[in-house]
Design a protein around this ligand. Structure first.
Ligand code: KIV
Ligand code: ZN
Length: 432
């Protein structure tokens, strides 16, 4: 495939991330209402946006990108509604996106008039492809767009002193940008904003398109962390997309490599294959004993609201959230789960075969764990009868009766529910 060229690895002999484990949750920023929304067949209505915004606040997000108000009237109106109706809690910062163009930045500040806390997120594209083929500009020209944008962002903020402003800059298409050039642009932007003098600044490094394996992305992040000015005075954020199916892995490795903050969406909705899935990454941390600082214990409500707002169903195998992700149909899995659960007590270390976390931590029930079809064995059938009907079968009966259930499952071709198993048991052994 000479048409495609492998991404060159970053030359880094002293990389630190392979030896790390994540110590604490990053700062999260939910971009469902901007990146997620802009990728939908049918963008969200104001009511849907409000519902999703309220959910994000309830889950504990403190930074929420709510739209691109200078580019979209509904986004502008939603921003005004949030501010005028006082819908943003004092500890939440709303974030809005704008290109680094004077008239768009001016309109962005109009949208944010009266906000208590806001993040103005300005971006321009920096990759070789975008420079050469889209903008037809050299490095200097592209850097100038970023620096001008930073200046205009700063001057508008000075004219609206009633808001606590955070400035965010993204070199869009960062993953296709030479690292030395990305660092040069970041330094130039920070020379305007001066995070070392107290201005809160976020530098967001997007895998606008996921172009390489997650280790390469992590190296890019580590390289930037080590080669920019004022590093200790601003946050490095990552914003990964899922083109190669590795957005969560890339974000996790990026945090190990030095990133402080992660942008993503619930269930990974977003451009093309989506944004980094916040649910998966947060629960991955949780499963390793790290407080994700988000409350995902009501997973059914989360999937309901996300589905209603995005009109995209949740895949049954979606990590942590899908209908089938804590279910075992096969006999050997069921048997192992049953044995582990029979000795498990509240407060014990979670060591249950085939279940990476306790489904109850997501508001799910053990009833979903063992379900019966033609793949199931005696252990599963015995577990269901005992759990739902308090019927304990001796081993010889388990073997005999499971054949009856298996026969029914093969005839039906699908799942045999608990009621049917009980009826079969009554018919065979209790009928007079
Ligand atoms: O994916 C991307 O590069 C973006 C930027 C605007 C941050 O969404
Ligand atoms: Zn994006």
């Amino acid at each position: 495939h000479r048409k495609y060229v492998a991404f060159q690895p970053v030359q880094k002999t002293d990389r630190r991330w392979p030896d790390q484990v994540i110590q604490h949750a990053p700062t999260w920023c939910a971009v469902d209402l901007r990146d997620g929304n802009q990728a939908l067949v049918k963008p969200m209505t104001v009511a849907q946006k409000q519902r999703l915004f309220d959910l994000l606040v309830k889950l504990g997000f403190k930074e929420i990108e709510i739209g691109f108000p200078a580019a979209s009237q509904p986004d502008f109106d939603f921003c005004r509604k949030l501010i005028e109706e006082n819908r943003v809690p004092d500890d939440v910062r709303i974030q809005v996106l704008t290109q680094a163009r004077p008239e768009l930045i001016a309109r962005t500040y109009e949208a944010l008039e009266g906000a208590k806390n806001a993040i103005v997120h300005v971006y321009n594209s920096t990759s070789t492809v975008q420079r050469e083929k889209v903008f037809r500009m050299d490095r200097e020209g592209i850097k100038e767009i970023a620096v001008n944008g930073a200046r205009i962002v700063k001057s508008h903020a000075e004219k609206q002193p009633g808001t606590n402003w955070t400035f965010q800059y993204s070199p869009e298409s960062f993953t296709g940008t030479e690292l030395d050039f990305a660092a040069e642009v970041i330094d130039a932007v920070n020379e305007v904003w001066r995070p070392d003098q107290g201005q809160p600044v976020i530098i967001n490094l997007p895998a606008t398109v996921e172009m390489a394996t997650p280790n390469v992305f992590a190296d890019q992040i580590e390289w930037i962390c080590d080669n920019v000015k004022y590093r200790e005075h601003f946050q490095i954020s990552v914003h990964t997309h899922n083109d190669r199916g590795c957005a969560v892995a890339a974000a996790e490795l990026a945090v190990m490599a030095g990133a402080d903050r992660v942008e993503g969406t619930l269930m990974g909705n977003g451009e093309r294959t989506g944004n980094m899935d916040l649910v998966t990454m947060a629960m991955n941390l949780y499963s390793q004993g790290i407080d994700p600082t988000l409350d995902l214990s009501g997973m059914a409500e989360i999937t309901d609201v996300v589905e209603a707002c995005t009109e995209i169903p949740t895949h049954p195998r979606h990590p942590y959230a899908g209908e089938l992700v804590f279910t075992a149909f096969s006999g050997s899995h069921q048997d192992a789960i049953r044995k582990c659960l029979s000795t498990y007590k509240e407060g014990d270390k979670w060591e249950i075969a085939y279940l990476p976390i306790d489904p109850r931590d997501l508001g799910r029930r053990y009833e979903e764990v063992v379900r019966i079809n033609s793949q199931s064995g005696k252990g599963g059938v015995a577990y269901v009868l005992e759990r739902d009907y308090n019927i304990a079968m001796p081993r010889w009966l388990q073997i005999e009766f499971s054949k009856v259930v298996q026969q029914a499952a093969e005839t039906e071709g699908g799942e045999v529910d608990s009621d049917t198993i009980h009826r079969l048991f009554e018919e065979k052994y209790l009928a007079v």
